[in-house]
Every structure is written in C-alpha cells, then in structure tokens.
Design a protein around this ligand. Structure first.
Ligand code: FAD
Length: 439
C-alpha cells in the first residue's frame, strides 16, 4: 500500500514516472520518492519518448476510457498555471476512413462534454484553414473530424518543468542506468542495482522504463532466476521516425494558426500519420508511417525487440529509407505546397507497445513490491497531468475495476493484426539495402 512514510523508487523519468512522482509527493509529502533515469532531466538529448519538441493533446478517442482520461488531462492543461503555458489549443483536423469521427462525437456526448467538435465532408474540409490541407490525400476518406479544443503541448519543456516542480516538492533525482532489479530471499523486489554495482532500495519499485522495459525484465530474470519476470510479448519495443522542416517567414505566416493534422488509415493500409503546427522556432513536424521492431539476442538464446544498445538508442542516426517516410508524410498532408521544403531534423523515437494499445499500470505478478506503469503505443504523452493519480490508485488497490482489467499485467490480449499502429517491419530491413541474390 502507498503511504506517507513509505519509499518509492521510480525507474524512468518520462511522463509515466514523473507524473507518478509528482502525484505521490503531493499526496504524501513525507514519503521518500526517488526518480532514477539514465539521462539528466535537463540534458540536451534524452532517449525518453516523452522528451520531444511537441506532442498531440487530444481527447478524440473512439475508446471512451481514453476519451474521458484525455478530457481530464486537458482540464488540467487549461486551468492549472503549472501546466497551462505548455498547451496550445490549435484544434485538430483528422481525416477519417472509418466511423471514427462519429464515434468520438458520440463519446463526448455520452460523457456529457460540450466542445467545438464536428465532422465535415471532404469538400468542406478542403476549404477550411485557408485551404492548408486542400492538396492532402483524401483517398477513402469518409469525413473529416474537426475538434477546435484539441491541440499540442511543448513536450520536453513541460516534462522538465514538472520534474523541477516535483524536485522542489521533495522528490529526489538520480542520474544512472539501472542494470537490474534486486530481490530479497522471498523473491520480493527490494530495489535496483545501478550499472557500476551500487544498490538502491525501496518498499515499492515502479518501472516506467518505456521501450527499455522488456530488456530490463530479461536482464533481471537472468540475474535473479525469476523467469516469470519476463515481459514475454506483453510489451514490445517499437520505433518510428519524426522529421522537421523550418518554415520561411512567409510560409510560417500561413501555417502559424494551423491545427494538428492527422491522417487516419485502417490496419490494412497502415498507421495514422500526423503533422504538428510550427513550434516557436517555426519548425513544422511529422511522424512517419513505418513502425518497426528491433529484434536482437538480448541473452544467449533469448531474442526480443529493444532499442539499439547505444546510450542514446542511436536515435539521431536515421537511415535514408526512414527519411523517405517523412517525405511521404509531407506529401499526404500538403501535396504540392510542401514540395520545396528541406527537412532539417530527424529522430527515431522508441515507445513500448501492447497489442491492445492499452497501458500497463499494474503490480507485476512475479514479484511483490514490483509495479509496471508504462506503454504508450505512441499515444501516452497527453495523459501526463493525470496518469500518476491512476498509478497511485493502482498501488493502493483502488483503481476502478474496468481500468484495473484494461491495464493489467496479466490479461487477454487481442491479435495485433487489428491494430494499425502495431510494428510491422524489422529495423534491419530499413537499415540495410535489400539485396537480390544471383545464382
Ligand atoms: C514519435 C512519437 C510520437 C508520439 N506522439 C504522441 C502524441 O502526439 N501524443 C501523445 O499523447 N503521445 C505520443 N507519443 C507517445 C508518448 O510519447 C509515449 O507513450 C510516452 O511518452 C511514454 O512515456 P513513458 O514514461 O512510458 O516512457 P519514456 O518517455 O520513453 O520514458 C522512459 C524513461 O525510462 C528511462 N529508462 C529506461 N530504462 C532505463 C534504465 N535501465 N535505467 C535508467 N533509466 C531508464 C529512459 O531513459 C526514459 O527517460 C509519441 C511517441 C513517439 C515515439
């Protein structure tokens, strides 16, 4: 149980870890709360998916649980002076090739929430926002969802600000790589071992380690002999490419008030693709359509997907094939308008996937004292202001039963073939030129 005198070791200072630390220290100011991360919270470059120029903030979900959670998070973004500076309510423009628009509108209605939210035909959509999206890909599009209350957040700046606030409230921050988990003689998780050997102990160890989670569990299973620790397909590390162009002043003036753009595709075609409005440095961003695993031998005879072994996950080494992904994203949003744009930044970003796209916020069934709170399938950032509250409810056993089931470590998991965002390529296929063999 969580309590005022207890101790918490949170591994990973992305949105899941920092939100948990922030809510814990606010609820239990006398508790010992420590965040441990391989990167300093104010480092110039971090591997966290949560650390980014910007992220989409929306409640436009066909799943009512995430719609509700998204609305709760946005209420904080709009009203709390700590969070408010980072949220930009630009609206969203979402091409829908299914019933998605209507399902979102229905969810808002069921939740009794009013918003400037509606669906328009393709012809109407092309005329909106000064025709910014009139040359987009509308193949198979049924209608376009417009929600003027959605938007984006300055993700890295916000992460740093909330971490600073948590430290001010009493959270400790340790910059170190965790090599493995530690267990007492009964098999209870008692802490972590840092690379270099030092051990930190706590009554609760919460893994918020994103894409690295399956690897850390494999290494810990091997060092402890507790084979049940392994993720065994519950969590899969997946990567995706983002890219940016800097708009010239004239183009920037046209795009400055644009909404977030989303191209929604079905699982047969591919994942949804996005474009984010210009940052304060006039940088327009996209994410691509190739989502990949990096399956490697982690230990003799054990292969899993994991981020590349470099300390920075080799996130800035983007191969030409993935750069083409960003050209494609540019094309499906802006067509001829974007033809001359030069891409000046690329990054590969790693997140933790589940087949259902649900988070895992749960005790780990193989060891008392060990908890998991992570997984994002590229959609976890927006819940930053509130997700830690739910992690505490999980620690205290008071999570709503429907969420407890949805976010459980052990649950039935759907076939990923229905999940458009499930990784469908191996990283080695986009790194190496495909060779045709000759006889
Ligand atoms: C390209 C991209 C676009 C996205 N767009 C959106 C969006 O628009 N809106 C949205 O809501 N969500 C979006 N997401 C999803 C969102 O970013 C993630 O779901 C969320 O940030 C995951 O948070 P996390 O705390 O679980 O993991 P992370 O943010 O990855 O943090 C994990 C942390 O754990 C640390 N760590 C891991 N292992 C160890 C170890 N052994 N020792 C020490 N430290 C360790 C890492 O250093 C890292 O800081 C996107 C994701 C990507 C990749």
């Amino acid at each position: 149980m969580a309590s005022s005198k207890s101790s918490y070791l949170i591994v990973g200072a992305g949105v899941f870890g920092v939100s948990t630390a922030y809510h814990l220290i606010k609820k239990y100011p006398d508790a010992s709360v420590t965040l441990i991360d391989r990167d300093a919270y104010d480092a110039d470059s971090r591997v966290a998916a949560s650390w980014d120029w910007n992220k989409v903030v929306r409640a436009d979900y066909d799943d009512i649980a995430y719609c509700k959670l998204g609305l709760e998070a946005q209420d904080v973004f709009r009203s709390d002076p700590l969070w408010k500076p980072y949220f930009h309510e630009t609206g969203i423009f979402w091409t829908c090739r299914s019933e998605y628009a209507q399902e979102v509108i229905d969810n808002y209605e069921k939740l009794g929430r009013k918003a400037d939210l509606f669906a328009v035909s393709v012809d109407e959509a092309k005329k909106m926002y000064g025709g910014l999206f009139d040359d987009a890909d509308y193949s198979g599009v049924k209608e376009v969802l417009i929600n003027r209350t959605s938007g984006w957040a300055a993700a890295g700046d916000c992460l740093q600000a909330i971490t600073r606030e948590s430290l001010r409230l009493g959270v400790k921050y340790v910059t170190a790589e965790v090599a493995s988990l530690q267990f007492d003689a009964s098999g209870r998780c008692s802490g972590v071992k840092k690379r270099g050997g030092e051990v930190l102990t706590a009554a609760h160890v919460i893994l918020c380690t994103g894409a690295f989670t399956p690897k850390l569990l494999e290494l810990s299973a091997q060092s402890s002999g507790l084979n049940g620790l392994r993720a065994d397909g519950r969590i899969v590390a997946g990567g995706i490419t983002t890219g940016m162009t800097t708009l010239d002043d004239k183009t920037h003036a046209k795009f400055v008030d644009m909404p977030v753009g989303v191209q929604g595709y079905s699982a047969e075609i591919g994942p949804f693709i996005g474009s984010l409005p210009p940052t304060k440095d006039k940088e327009l961003k996209w994410w691509g359509q190739t989502i990949f695993t990096n399956t490697r031998e982690v230990l003799p005879g054990r292969s899993i997907s994991m981020p590349p072994p470099e300390p920075d996950y080799a996130q800035w080494k983007v191969p030409p094939k993935l750069k083409e992904d960003i050209d494609h994203a540019n094309q499906v949003f802006y067509g001829r308008k974007g033809e001359g744009w030069k891409m000046d930044k690329y990054r590969i970003c790693w997140d933790a996937f589940t087949t259902s796209a649900d988070f895992i916020i749960s005790p780990h069934s193989a060891s008392n004292g060990l908890y998991i709170a992570t997984c994002g399938n590229f959609h976890g950032w927006k819940f930053f202001p509130v997700i830690g509250k739910y992690v505490i409810q999980m620690l205290e056993g008071s999570l709503d039963p429907s969420l407890e089931g949805k976010w459980a470590w052990d649950r039935e998991r759907p076939d990923p073939k229905f999940n458009p965002d499930w990784p469908r390529t191996e990283m080695r296929e986009v790194l190496e030129p495909v060779r045709t063999s000759k006889l």
